[in-house]
Design a protein around this ligand. Structure first.
Ligand code: F6P
Length: 400
């Protein structure tokens, strides 16, 4: 038998580690012959753009480099399968291509939208009597997938964001004048990544002094009041804000959306910077961490990368055991010592759904994170990967 794997949605720096997990497990499994990589997610399965991965990932060194390479080596997509009742052409095409290449299991590494594909495709294949298995391997820096304790890619993004905010704190505190520095952090409508900046308190940082999540009520007036009261205590005020936080006036503006109807979010940092300029008038700067937070692998979390590889290999085992229409999930057994197991859940329980940051870990004023959240975040950012370097720079694996 052959298998195929694809990557989908926004990049992370652990998504290639999951690909390595799938690939290595296939190498260990005598009944698996070829491992095909589908280019640009499910689009590659539709267009029959597949690559024999054994021809391009040839050595252990290749696998090590791939593990430390951020983003998606096979490309990505934000392609939504139509409802099968209205249009089954694309499903027929995928089935035809899977059959043509003797692919008996398909692994889709992605987030909530990609699990929609896992759910729909597995249901279609079952409905036409096919025995081809479809398994979802989670990933997203947003950490917003239901059922799983956390998502591959999140720990590394959280480590990068916290380390960067710590550096921003050092830089912002050098002058004697008052200043406000606003850091805008990704995560869509879930505040996990922004909230994770609270881990800096474990290293005796007080900042970020204000943390705003999309899960909370937000207004310009309250923000300015919060900043003013922090300025009474701190010369340099540091603010962490989720990209999903909206000012009422911004909610009315038309915005571009992707194929799943998600708005392209960004700009709250700039809007808050303008507010501070107009109403407080001190030195103010906004910093959008932008794609760096999802593709910076030089300070990735070893825990995250190791787990991402493991969950990929567990996915292969589950498919061979006959499971389909499932997404692999982490179950946390304890925080200290940190112990997880890997199980599977129905992809339909994750598809198109979001898991929000818990209200019980947000303070009453809705502008900070409570210390209880630290025990959730800290294990996820532990450990450093020894990054292979060349000419003083990290080496990335590239498909030739
Ligand atoms: O879902 C991951 C994510 O990086 C979000 O945090 C962000 O809002 C979105 O993707 C950006 O989408 P795109 O990669 O299409 O610009």
């Amino acid at each position: 038998m052959n298998i195929a794997v694809a990557q989908s949605g926004g990049p992370t720096c652990a998504i290639n580690a999951s690909l390595v997990g799938v690939f290595k497990e296939a190498l260990k499994t005598p009944e698996i012959d070829a491992v095909f990589g589908s280019i640009n997610g499910i689009e590659g399965m539709i267009k029959d753009e597949l690559m024999d991965l054994k021809l391009v990932i040839r050595t252990n060194e290749d696998m090590e480099l791939l593990r430390q390479t951020p983003s998606t080596v096979l490309g990505s997509c934000r392609y939504k399968l139509p409802a099968v009742e209205t249009d089954d052409e694309v499903y027929k095409k995928i089935h035809e291509n899977l059959t043509k290449h003797r692919i008996e299991a398909f692994f889709y590494i992605g987030g909530n939208d990609s699990m929609d594909t896992v759910d729909k495709l597995s249901a279609y294949l079952k409905s036409v009597g096919s025995d081809i298995k479809v398994i979802g391997i989670p990933k997203t820096i947003d950490n917003d997938l239901p059922v799983t304790d956390h998502t591959p890619g999140f720990g590394s993004a959280a480590k990068y964001v916290a380390a960067t905010v710590q550096e921003i704190i050092r830089d912002s505190s050098v002058y004697s004048i008052e200043s406000v520095t606003i850091v805008e952090i990704m995560g869509r409508h879930a505040g996990w990544l922004t909230a994770s900046t609270c881990v800096l308190r474990a290293n005796d940082e007080i900042a970020p002094h204000l943390i705003y999540l999309p899960e909370c009520n937000f207004s310009a007036e309250k923000f300015l009041e919060d900043v003013r009261s922090m300025q009474a205590k701190h010369k340099a005020v540091i603010v962490a804000v989720s990209e999903g936080v909206k000012l009422p006036q911004d909610s009315k503006r038309p915005v571009a959306v992707d194929n799943f109807g998600h708005e392209y979010l960004s700009g709250i940092g700039k809007s808050l910077e303008q507010l501070v300029k107009d109403h407080i008038g001190c030195k103010v700067r906004s910093i959008e961490l932008n794609v760096m937070q999802r593709c910076s692998s030089h300070i990735c979390s070893k825990t995250d990368i190791d787990e991402a590889e493991l969950i990929g290999s567990e996915g292969v085992k589950r498919a061979l055991a006959g499971e389909t229409g499932k997404m692999m999930v982490y179950k946390r057994l304890s925080d200290v010592p940190y112990v997880i197991t890997i199980e599977s859940a129905e992809a339909s329980a994750v598809a198109n759904k979001e898991k929000f940051f818990p209200r019980r870990w947000i303070n009453d004023a809705q502008n900070d994170i409570l210390p209880e959240a630290e025990k959730y975040f800290l294990p996820l950012i532990q450990g450093e990967v020894k990054i292979a370097m060349k000419n003083g720079m990290p080496v990335h694996f590239k498909l030739k």
